[in-house]
Ligand binder design. Structure first.
Ligand code: SF4
Length: 478
């Protein structure tokens, strides 16, 4: 684990971030960016829930330009929350947005626009492409300097550039290297107003990438603030546990200046989870009680054993297997799942165990505690006791009812061990970010879905219901 890392403090609009500032909470709208009224309404809901920065997608030039109307409408209501434009493939949209909003998020994996088609990169080709990327980025850096706009270098595990994949593979190290490429370009141009994010849907990868980033920054004397998040975490308990485990583990060791809990739900639902995470793990002065202990399975009373979630149920001789015990005192469920997910991961990283037993100081039926423990083992990638879902939180690019579709898919196919299904809002980023999924449901247009199997597209532009029927047939035929 890295030694203490103190980031530099920067200002984003009227908000101070990094250094000794509190961990800031942010979210993202999922309304169409061209629908000014709906987007403003959602931003106000987020502000009222306690959100401190809001990201809005700007998929093209028109959307980037409409950020001005959103900004003005908010100002008319005396709301000055910093806005962040989310940019993927369109440098021009970033340049327009940077004149309007306080921060622009770019994704190095798909920002440069030039994709080398060959499978291999010689050193010369690698550097040539990087030089081209630097040229593409220069106009944005100049605009950001003039307008005092911050840039977030937003790395996603699922969308690393081809040249990074060639050199490092789809790894945590590749994520860190991708961030370093863009940091160097910015520093060569004397641009320093940066924040960084390294996100993945796989929790251990997300944690590892951020730790590597901090170590690398410490080695190079850099101190850019970090934004933490787990991508495609999904919804309900599953989404909260994955986000909590990734974000909370890092916050507990002093890493992270701003966080987003991505849920495939109404964006304002993210804020209470984020607030609890900050309160539990982001405030260096508050200590919360948790009793962590270990016991051999054979020494745990017969009455308590049904609540144990084993990492490997096929083990025949359990008596001397080591169980990790987490004990709380009557925590409400919404807090228990956050605390148990983070505390388990912190404990497990320093001392492995063969099973997890959660105690909340209550008598009676403990089935819900076993379910929670199984969810935690699954989020950590230790045991897959049901279908694994990855689902993006949706944004202004989503043109179908992703929440409804995710709910239906979960109801229909939620309990198949070893199966991984992705539900993604758009075909621009969705396919790249659902790597490893057996099946993918990806938004294709208004109410339309593309269906993927093992990364390959099988059907295009299906109505929602038809897509689910076909998915059922595919899964049954497997
Ligand atoms: Fe938005 Fe989801 Fe597409 Fe990402 S995958 S850009 S969150 S719709």
């Amino acid at each position: 684990m890295p030694t203490e890392f103190i980031s530099r403090e920067i200002t984003i609009g009227n908000l101070r971030l990094g250094g000794s500032q509190p961990v800031r909470i942010q979210s993202m709208t999922n309304t169409p960016t061209l629908d000014t009224d709906a987007t403003v309404k959602q931003i106000i809901q987020l502000v009222e829930a306690g959100c401190e920065m809001v990201r809005v997608t700007a998929a093209n030039i028109r959307e980037a330009e409409n950020l001005k109307n959103i900004r003005n409408a908010l100002a008319g209501k005396s709301i000055n929350i910093p806005l962040i434009a989310d940019i993927h493939f369109q440098p021009k949209a970033a340049e327009i947005a940077a004149c309007i909003v306080e921060k622009v998020r770019i994704n190095p994996g798909n920002y440069s626009g030039s994709h080398h088609k060959a499978k291999k990169y010689s050193d010369t080709e690698y550097h040539k492409e990087l030089d081209k990327t630097a040229q593409n980025l220069k106009p944005l850096l100049n605009i950001c300097k003039r307008h005092n706009t911050t840039i977030r270098i937003g790395i996603n595990h699922g969308s690393l550039s081809d040249r990074i994949l060639y050199r490092y593979g789809n790894t945590a190290k590749g994520m860190m290297a991708s961030a370093m490429e863009f940091i160097r370009i910015c520093r060569d141009d004397n641009f320093e107003k940066l924040t960084l994010s390294l996100k993945a849907s796989d929790v251990p990868t997300m944690i590892q990438a951020n730790r590597m980033m901090v170590r690398e920054m410490q080695k190079q004397g850099l101190d850019y603030p970090l934004h933490l998040g787990v991508t495609e975490a999904g919804n309900e308990t599953e989404g909260r546990i994955k986000s909590a485990m990734g974000i909370g583990t890092l916050l507990a060791e002093g890493i992270g200046d701003t966080i987003r809990v991505s849920l495939t739900e109404a964006p304002e639902n993210e804020i209470p989870v984020a607030r609890r995470l900050v309160e539990f793990y982001g405030c260096r002065h508050t200590k919360h009680e948790v009793k962590i202990s270990y016991a051999p399975y054979g020494e745990i009373s017969v009455q308590r054993r049904p609540a144990i979630a084993l990492v490997d149920e096929t083990k025949i001789s359990l008596a001397d297997k080591k169980m990790l015990l987490l004990s709380y005192s009557n925590l409400p469920h919404r807090d228990l799942l956050i605390r148990a997910a983070v505390d388990f991961n912190l404990a497990y990283e320093s001392k492995k165990a063969d099973g997890l037993l959660i105690d909340n100081g209550q008598e009676g039926d403990s089935r819900h505690l076993k379910e929670l423990a199984l969810e935690i083992l699954q989020a950590r990638g230790l045991r897959y006791s049901k279908t694994e879902f990855i689902a993006c939180p949706s944004c202004g690019r989503t043109l179908f009812d992703i929440e409804k579709v995710l709910e239906k898919v979960k109801n229909q196919f939620g309990n198949i061990q070893g199966l991984k299904i992705a539900v993604m809002g758009c075909f621009v980023n969705g396919p790249g970010e659902m790597a490893g999924a057996d099946y993918g449901i990806v938004g294709a247009g208004y109410g339309k879905i593309n269906l993927y199997k093992e990364g390959k597209i099988l059907f295009k532009n299906l109505p929602e219901e038809e897509a689910l029927d076909i998915l059922e047939k595919l899964i049954l035929a497997k």
